[in-house]
Design a protein around this ligand. Structure first.
Ligand SMILES: Cc1cc2nc3c(=O)[nH]c(=O)nc-3n(C[C@H](O)[C@H](O)[C@H](O)COP(=O)(O)O)c2cc1C
Length: 520
């Protein structure tokens, strides 16, 4: 034994390293068949896989310039992080953007900015910007709802997000008087932390599902009766990242609790079907909207990504004939995010937000229907200047998903589909989500929303208006190409937004249907 130990200790340290590398080389050449590169280049071939795996982080931290990365570049992320932390979110020395670049947008400022008088709601509450329209007012729903914030949390389910993240978002919206869309996974206890809720369901009907996997009106009624925090209901037709694909929640994320809330099996991928069982054509969809609204008294809307317009035209025609219809329409852009989707869908199916929304808006505008509907836009719109453009095109509210995630600590690792989210947000791993401090992160979401609204109001005032609903297509210019240089939105998209009836912010402040709880 001593002889053996003495021999081992006589071997220099580099002898062990060489021995280890020799074993790796033998394995690479003779015992593994999966990787040609490591077979042909034993040992060094591993470097390639390792470098590839840390490539995204290296590029993000050291190589990519400030405006280069997608979906959100460093300047955009930095603005959200700083706004959420109430840190200095200003830029020094001037813009670092090429403001002559194609598609760059400009907001036209007024010679003299809008001045708030003494006693004006914005004099005291600089970030008070409620929706200028009331959901369900036109259709005389029993419980109309005016979102108290023009920026709200978009659909993201408990399942795709962790319990800690959902709770932080809900407590955050409560602090910011905004609403929280549940996403497809049903209403969990983490959604019931004081914030207004928009209950969203898709083809899986999670939370309102009958035993045969269809939609249950009884369960919907009961859910609304038991949960006064639900202020509106959204039927998901599609989302920008994967229209017509249905939902994919990887088995790795299906814990016992999620399985119970959704009525599915632990550990197995949940694929919600591509199409709805509860309706198969536009008339049936219209019937379902009315049935749910009658049964619950709540405003009912739809969410969709835009491609072909014929069925939307049919919907508008039926609205015209019947005088009924959805109380709100959420339009998601092809650039929208997702918990998990095939790249072929995320990259190519459905139109980017500006093209999708402008085409859809015209469908309703030509029939004089726009003022019946609250239009919600989503797809990287959580930045004040981009939101001003969206308001000029006709939206009444903005929904944000990934921007909200970033405000509570998402670092854009882009691995929401693996259950390995390093920030504890898009994972069901208990240890990772324990890193989320719910009181702190809910403050950050609220602060991001408040900063966003304050800057949006300031841009609005700079343009000479009182509320962003007053933006018109002539107020925003967009760079097009060398021939025209820059055009206003009216010329680019071929319509003038229908003016939203607006009597002043005070009237919104005094509205009996205003959501949120307090404004201090
Ligand atoms: C993690 C995650 C989960 C999502 N889950 C849903 C969902 O359940 N239903 C849905 O309609 N959209 C879902 N979306 C899409 C968002 O609601 C939103 O429409 C889209 O991301 C565009 O907004 P954004 O650019 O602000 O992220 C999800 C997005 C993310 C990032």
């Amino acid at each position: 034994m001593d002889v053996f130990l003495n021999t081992l200790s006589a071997v220099p340290w580099w002898g062990y390293v060489l021995g280890f590398l020799a074993i790796v080389a033998i394995r690479d050449i003779f015992f593994q068949k999966a990787h040609t590169i490591s077979h042909n280049y034993p040992v060094v071939g591993h470097l390639r896989y390792w470098l590839e795996s840390i490539g995204p982080e290296m590029r993000q931290y050291f190589v990519a310039n400030n405006r280069e990365e997608l979906p959100f570049n460093r300047i955009e992320r930095g603005w959200i992080y700083a706004s959420a932390k109430k840190e200095n979110n200003y830029e020094g020395f001037g813009t670092d953007r090429d403001i002559y670049a194609h598609q760059h947008i400009f907001v036209k400022n007024q010679m003299m900015a809008f001045k708030t008088s003494e006693g004006h709601p914005n004099t005291e509450h600089k970030d008070f910007v409620p929706c200028a329209k009331v959901m369900g007012a036109y259709n005389k729903r029993r419980k109309p709802y005016r979102p108290a914030s023009v920026i709200n949390v978009s659909a993201m389910s408990f399942g795709s997000l962790s319990a800690a993240a959902v709770e932080a978002l809900n407590k955050g919206v409560a602090k910011a008087q905004a609403f929280h869309n549940t996403g497809e996974g049903g209403l969990s206890p983490y959604h019931k932390q004081g914030g207004d809720v928009v209950f969203h369901f898709g083809t899986g009907y999670f939370g309102v599902r009958s035993s045969d996997g269809n939609f249950s009106l009884e369960k919907m009624k009961q859910l609304v009766e038991d949960n006064p925090c639900i202020k509106a209901i959204e039927i998901k037709l599609s989302q920008g990242a994967k229209p017509g694909k249905g939902g994919v929640l990887p088995g790795a994320k299906i814990t016992k609790e999620i399985a119970e809330i959704r009525g599915v099996e632990v550990g197995k991928d949940v694929l919600s079907p591509a199409t709805h069982k509860a309706f198969s054509n536009v008339s049936e969809l219209m019937e379902l909207i009315e049935t749910i609204a009658d049964a619950t008294g709540l405003p009912v809307g739809i969410k969709g990504a835009i491609g072909k317009l014929d069925q939307w035209e049919e919907l508008a025609e039926i609205m015209l004939k019947t005088g009924k219809g959805p109380d709100f329409i959420a339009v998601d852009g092809g650039e929208g995010g997702t918990g998990a989707a095939p790249p072929s869908f995320a990259d190519h199916v459905s139109l980017p937000w500006v093209y999708g929304f402008s085409s859809l808006y015209k469908v309703f505008q030509t029939r004089n229907l726009t003022n019946r509907i609250v239009f919600i836009g989503s797809g990287k719109l959580g930045f004040p200047a981009k939101a001003a453009m969206a308001f000029a095109m006709g939206v009444d509210c903005i929904n944000v998903a990934r921007e909200a995630m970033m405000s509570i600590g998402c670092i854009q690792a882009q691995i929401c589909h693996t259950n390995k989210c390093p920030a504890g947000i898009a994972t069901q791993n208990k240890w990772r989500q324990n890193g989320i401090s719910i009181p702190l992160k809910s403050d950050r979401l609220a602060q991001y929303f408040k900063t966003f609204r304050k800057e949006l109001v300031e841009i609005t005032h700079a343009a000479g208006y009182e509320h962003p609903c007053q933006f018109t297509m002539h107020d925003i210019q967009v760079n097009v190409d060398d021939m025209d240089l820059t055009r206003n939105l009216r010329t680019t998209y071929g319509y003038n937004k229908t003016l939203v009836p607006f009597q002043g912010t005070q009237e919104l402040y005094d509205c009996a249907y205003l959501g949120g709880k307090n404004f201090d």
